[in-house]
Design a binder for this molecule. Structure first.
Ligand SMILES: Cc1cc2nc3c(=O)[nH]c(=O)nc-3n(C[C@H](O)[C@H](O)[C@H](O)COP(=O)(O)O)c2cc1C
Length: 199
């Protein structure tokens, strides 16, 4: 059985919807799944200034926070982040920046890594955000999995993306095409992780 960690940050719920989809699909496919959020770094007054932020924080209050042990445990990690000026959010980077000891011990070598993203606009930095995560995964010696053009839905003119499932938050909540993108990505991650594990 593949151990799948879905580690994400979401301010207003778009990335969370993708993360939940990945976790549900992973569980349905027989993986042992840990859905985790990373720690909030923004000051309370920033959160309080945005009703959508407050509502989402309350909605996921009971969701466990990611720990380094989740990375040790996982055969595969799916990362979810909103784009922040074309790159991953600070909350995800802060968690990633705690992996020094694990990296030094070679603890992330040959683990499967894959990223999905939500932006406000279609050209707002989806690819650059996913590729920025991939830079780190090269350092870790991990196996990077994108979606490729492995399914006809990935040729969708708006949402098709070979780098990883990508949602346009400015266009509204996650629709069926996005959901399918996350499902395809999750299945590819599990397929490769299972092969690496000899299953
Ligand atoms: C500080 C900040 C920077 C952002 N930078 C970008 C950006 O470069 N491109 C973009 O399309 N959206 C950008 N956004 C919008 C978010 O990426 C977008 O709303 C995303 O869907 C939020 O996901 P969430 O609902 O999971 O928090 C930015 C938002 C904030 C707060």
């Amino acid at each position: 059985m593949v151990n799948l960690a879905v580690i994400h940050y979401s301010q207003t719920g778009n990335v969370y919807a993708m993360a939940k989809t990945a976790a549900d699909e992973g569980a349905a496919a027989g993986a042992d799944v840990r859905l985790r959020k990373v720690r909030e770094l923004a000051p309370p007054e920033a959160v309080q200034s945005n009703p959508d932020w407050v509502a989402h924080a309350e909605a996921v209050a009971d969701l466990e926070e990611a720990e380094l042990d989740d990375l040790e445990w996982a055969d595969a990690v799916m990362w979810g982040t909103p784009t922040r000026y074309g790159v991953p959010c600070a909350q995800i980077r802060q968690f990633v920046d705690q992996t020094g000891g694990l990296w030094q011990r070679g603890g992330l070598i040959n683990k499967v890594m894959s990223t999905f993203v939500s932006t406000a606009t279609s050209h707002g930095g989806q690819e650059s955000t996913i590729l920025a995560m991939n830079n780190t995964f090269y350092h870790w010696g991990s196996i990077i999995i994108g979606t490729g053009y492995t399914d006809p839905i990935l040729f969708d003119l708006e949402l098709g993306n070979p780098y990883g499932a990508s949602h346009i938050g400015g266009a509204g909540p996650m629709g069926e095409t996005n959901r399918r993108g996350v499902v395809i990505q999750t299945r590819r991650v599990l397929e490769v992780a299972a092969k690496l594990k000899g299953e």
